[in-house]
Design a protein around this ligand. Structure first.
Ligand SMILES: [Zn+2]
Length: 535
């Protein structure tokens, strides 16, 4: 009897000692996320598993992982996914004021790409060095912009480039790729991209393609000319022998609604014959760009002073006005002056949030399309403004979203919280897809939506170490609640953050948790294929 008591005491002491030793043993990992619904990013169904991080890398994924973390996060009932990758942003607007890019990170976005729509710094290297020195929360990659390259060599003019000029432009594209670009962006809708013939686009894109880059295009026309523009974007990939992407794909203007059936068929047919063409999209039925997008391209050649001179010339003004009325009726005006809203206006910030009908009325005119056109010209003469254009159909949006070759990208920026009236896409793109289009409308399955935000964009730009949750990959991770994740930013009240995201990690460090940004800024400048190959 006494021996048994003694043995019991000894066993208890040994057990207590073992517990003390275990508690003092160095942690096996820096961080372990326990018991979440792990969505790997490759569209597999979730599994309940732990995920362990060591430094900036995923060390292990699996159920009931042994080994303690220096820190542990309880993710039971929450989704654990790769952080979202946004291949189309204008984040240069705001990143120096808000290096934490709260609007993106609070959605679970961990990597953003800049230099879209044909616009980028030229050269890239000094800019990338500035971003690296700034220290930001998400990772940052870039495209080199064809419009900016053309502007640097021949200006904002409507003419063909000479052979010598094309050679110089190719040199700038090559330099951009070596500096770290992931490909060439074009903005054939904008000055000066709009003045570029297709064969010149192909010649430049092919330079980026030969160096492993992707061509991403804001197409020449997203309204009545959308079919020809899709064919042109496909031709760049086909003749340039490189991957090509239709960016922020949409169908603008009521007479054109429904044509996404044709554009997606063109994409599918091109893929069937071996052209590597894909699509990205933001989930809103309004677009946003400069208000001068309502003017005809010929009126926009050159600088602001040139545009103003044309507006002072009576004959040209009449032609410009007629073109704006057309655009308001059939293109991005959506048929009603109410459908065009000012997002931000440097010379009169009070105009932000107001629509053309309201502004026309405030100037003493009935809100007819003619008066709205006059109002647009007046705004352009004062210095311009950025606008929001409600002219996209929900059915086209969902059709494009459901296509397996469509990924999600915001086309947003980094807003200064509370300032101006930006498009809500900057605050809501990714969580809106997960809330409205997955949970509420059941347009696509959850795992598929996450693929469109993670492994697909990563594969597209050649980010081989992000976008999937596997040991050895960088620890860019979002932890969120699939039952509550949602956008709250609206066109009326855009400055509202996403809800339902619990924590976000970039390169293994927590940048957001419990509703607040942390002090960490672990975002890295990411370099494209040509830069990596040259090193
Ligand atoms: Zn664009």
């Amino acid at each position: 009897m006494r021996t048994q008591v003694f043995r019991g005491l000894v066993l208890a002491a040994v057990a207590a000692l073992a517990a003390v030793v275990a508690a003092q043993a160095p942690a096996a990992y820096d961080l372990v996320i326990r018991g979440g619904h792990v969505l790997d990013g490759a569209a597999n169904p979730w599994v309940i598993a732990d995920l362990a991080v060591r430094q900036d890398t995923i060390a292990a994924v699996g159920p009931g992982l042994p080994g303690r973390g220096q820190r542990e996060i309880d993710a039971r009932g929450l989704v654990v996914s790769p952080g979202f990758i946004d291949t189309h942003t204008h984040a240069r607007r705001g990143i120096f004021e808000v290096p934490t890019a709260d609007n993106y990170v609070r959605q679970g976005v961990t990597t953003i790409f800049e230099g879209p729509d044909g616009g980028s710094p030229v050269p890239l290297k000094p800019f990338l060095d500035k971003i690296a020195a700034l220290g930001i929360s998400p990772n940052w990659g870039m495209f080199i912009g064809q419009g900016s390259v053309r502007e640097a060599i021949i200006g904002r003019v409507d003419r063909k480039a000479t052979a010598d000029e094309i050679a110089k432009m190719k040199d700038l594209v090559r330099e951009g790729m070596l500096d770290g670009a992931f490909g060439l962006s074009t903005g054939l809708f904008y000055v000066p991209g709009i003045f570029t013939p297709t064969d010149e686009v192909i010649a430049l894109a092919a330079v980026a393609g030969a160096m492993g880059g992707l061509h991403v295009s804001h197409m020449r026309n997203e309204a009545s000319g959308v079919i020809d523009s899709v064919k042109e974007t496909i031709a760049v990939g086909e003749q340039g022998r490189m991957p090509t992407q239709i960016t922020h794909h949409k169908i603008i203007g009521t007479p054109n609604w429904g044509r996404s059936a044709d554009t997606l068929r063109l994409v599918a047919e091109a893929r069937a014959r071996g052209v590597d063409v894909t699509v990205d999209q933001y989930p809103y039925t309004a677009s946003s760009t400069g208000i001068n997008a309502l003017l005809p391209p010929w009126a926009l050649e050159g600088r602001q002073a040139d545009v103003a001179a044309r507006l002072r010339d009576a004959a040209q003004r009449t032609r410009i006005k007629a073109a704006i009325v057309e655009s308001l009726k059939y293109d991005r005006g959506g048929g009603d002056a109410k459908n065009v809203q000012i997002a931000s206006c440097a010379w009169d910030p009070a105009l932000a949030g107001k629509n053309l009908a309201e502004i026309a009325r405030a100037r003493g005119a009935e809100p007819t399309l003619e008066h709205a056109a006059e109002t647009v010209m007046w705004i352009v003469e004062q210095g311009g403004a950025s606008g929001i254009f409600h002219a996209i159909d929900e059915a086209d949006l969902e059709r494009i979203l459901k296509d397996p070759v469509t990924m999600i990208a915001s086309d947003g920026e980094v807003p200064i919280f509370g300032k101006a009236s930006p498009h809500p896409r900057s605050y809501g793109t990714f969580v809106r897809v997960l809330g409205r289009y997955v949970r509420e409308r059941r347009a696509i399955p959850l795992a598929e939506a996450v693929r469109k935000m993670t492994s697909f964009p990563a594969q597209r730009v050649g980010l081989l170490d992000r976008g999937v949750l596997r040991p050895g990959m960088k620890a860019d991770i979002a932890i969120w609640d699939a039952s509550t994740i949602a956008d709250t930013a609206t066109f009326e009240q855009p400055h509202q953050y996403a809800v339902g995201v619990h924590a976000v990690l970039v390169n293994g460090q927590v940048v957001f948790e419990r509703g607040a940004m942390t002090a960490a800024r672990p975002g890295k400048v990411l370099y494209g294929p040509a830069h990596r190959a040259a090193r």
